[in-house]
Design a protein around this ligand. Structure first.
Ligand code: PLP
Length: 454
């Protein structure tokens, strides 16, 4: 456990953390010798697991070659190669990659790119972003402003740029009886259309959305046709579409980019986490040629930059991660093991009275917990079921990513699973067994402490 007088300002000040001592494959071990199966890849980061020899070798080699070169003086071979690799495998029309150090920075860069695009093309009156409730785009001020995670936003609200938020695509809770998934999707597109009309179509810069919602609501997948409808609507009004695939992208759902499964090409595609698999901090914005062409014809620059953009060691790690995924056919593994995980979750929780929904795609799965399955009634938020599940899972040697506020930032609990792409059958079985035990223990605690809570 952390030293009692740690000088690190940890995320939580009243909560002792185990100290990670080593990590290999899907397992982390602490200094007490306890092992944990990494069923969430941290926060959907460690797509290749830990200690992958090819990635470590690529990083070592890059450190020996050039560990750092400021991007206003030099480019590096490794940054160029990574951009080539990403553009070659990106949605049609993608021409450039802009490298930053994580997801929030990538979102900030995308917001500024979108705004600058309209300044360069003679539409400076475009100044609004539209995004969705129950989304997360990062913790820096611009990213927090577009995000729709009420709990994270609340105390910083006075500092945030105004953003219009529309409904998430949350089929389990919001699709009405008698409405097909397609009709529900079209209803959401109509809601977005109304928001655009209210703001004035010529004042909107972009619509920002996670292709598959991650941390805030637990692997919410879009209904068929919804994102296609959003894309068409944006195109009709000359509004840019920014898809945030920081969590759901880079193979996590079984295709390199989650939007491939929606047959949608965004103007800006934002990736991070699985791009470098946690070996180095790296994120990227993949931009369509039309946007970069406008910069080239206009001011000749993208007015942005940080000290560590395009960091060579981060690029080397990401390039190695992406090459291993391709060489080892890991997108197929994600599809296959994702299906197995779904089946195991369905066996364990399909009839569970406190599990209302099992959802997700590939190795990106969520379960939503409910006090009353018939009424879809959530647990009392004060019970902090999600935090109990996390603690009970850790006590059983399992890392999962539970969160509260699933429904509206206040109510609802879910558990997100995002194991490494190399996860084996036996490990998947152990993950589901330990998760079932952790959920069972957490519900037993609630039953013993507050039987009336349900
Ligand atoms: N966007 C999404 C969808 C995320 O899930 C996250 C982080 O969880 C971010 C952006 C922010 O990324 P980072 O934590 O690397 O800044």
């Amino acid at each position: 456990m952390t030293a009692p007088r740690s000088h690190v300002l940890h995320r939580q000040l009243r909560h002792a953390l185990p100290i990670a001592a080593s990590a290999r494959g899907v397992t982390l071990t602490d200094t007490q010798g306890r092992s944990y199966i990494d069923a969430s890849g941290g926060a959907a980061v460690s797509c290749l697991g830990h200690g992958h020899p090819d990635v470590l070798a690529a990083m070592h080699a890059q450190i020996d070659r050039v560990a750092y070169a400021h991007t206003s003086f030099f480019t590096t071979e490794v940054a160029e190669e990574l951009a080539d690799e990403l553009v070659a495998n990106a949605p049609a029309g993608t021409s450039h990659a802009y490298f930053v150090s994580g997801g929030s920075e990538a979102i900030e860069a995308a917001l500024k790119m979108a705004r600058q695009y309209f300044v360069e093309t003679g539409q400076p009156q475009r100044e609004h972003f539209i995004a969705r409730r129950q989304s997360y785009h990062g913790n820096t001020l611009g990213a927090l402003a577009v995000g729709g995670n009420e709990w994270r936003r609340r105390q910083f609200a006075p500092l945030l740029i105004p953003v219009t938020h529309v409904s998430p695509c949350y089929e389990y809770r919001d699709r009405q009886a008698g409405e097909t998934p397609e009709q529900y999707g079209q209803r959401l597109v109509a809601e977005l259309s109304d928001a655009i009309e209210r703001l004035g179509p010529h004042t909107v810069i972009a619509f920002v959305a996670e292709t598959v919602v991650g941390a805030t609501a637990g692997a919410l997948t879009p209904v068929p046709g919804y994102l296609r409808g959003v894309r068409d609507l944006c195109t009709r009004h000359g509004i840019l579409l920014i898809l945030d695939e920081v969590m759901c992208g880079m193979g996590r759902t079984g295709t390199l980019h989650a939007c491939e499964q929606e047959d949608v090409v965004p103007d800006l595609l934002v990736v991070a986490k699985g791009l470098g698999g946690g070996y180095q901090p790296i994120g990227a914005v993949l931009a369509q040629a039309a946007i970069v062409d406008a910069f080239e014809r206009g001011s000749g620059l993208f007015q942005h930059g940080h000290t560590y953009i395009g960091h060579p060691v981060a690029c080397a790690a990401a390039l190695a991660v992406q090459r291993v995924i391709r060489r080892d056919g890991l997108l197929d593994a994600v599809k296959r093991q994702g299906q197995r995980l779904h089946e195991r979750l369905t066996q364990a929780f399909g009839d569970h009275p406190q599990v209302g929904d099992i959802r997700g795609r590939g190795l990106f799965r969520g379960i939503e917990l409910v006090a009353d399955r018939g009424k879809k009634q959530p647990f009392d938020p004060a019970l902090k079921l999600h935090a109990r599940i996390k603690a009970n899972a850790m006590a059983r040697g399992l890392m999962v990513y539970p969160m509260g506020g699933t429904i509206d930032g206040q109510r609802g609990d879910h558990v997100l699973l995002a194991p490494p792409f190399i996860v084996g059958d036996a490990e998947l079985d152990a993950i589901v067994e330990r998760l079932a035990a952790a959920i069972g223990a957490s519900l037993a605690e609630l039953a013993s402490q507050a039987p009336q809570a349900r």
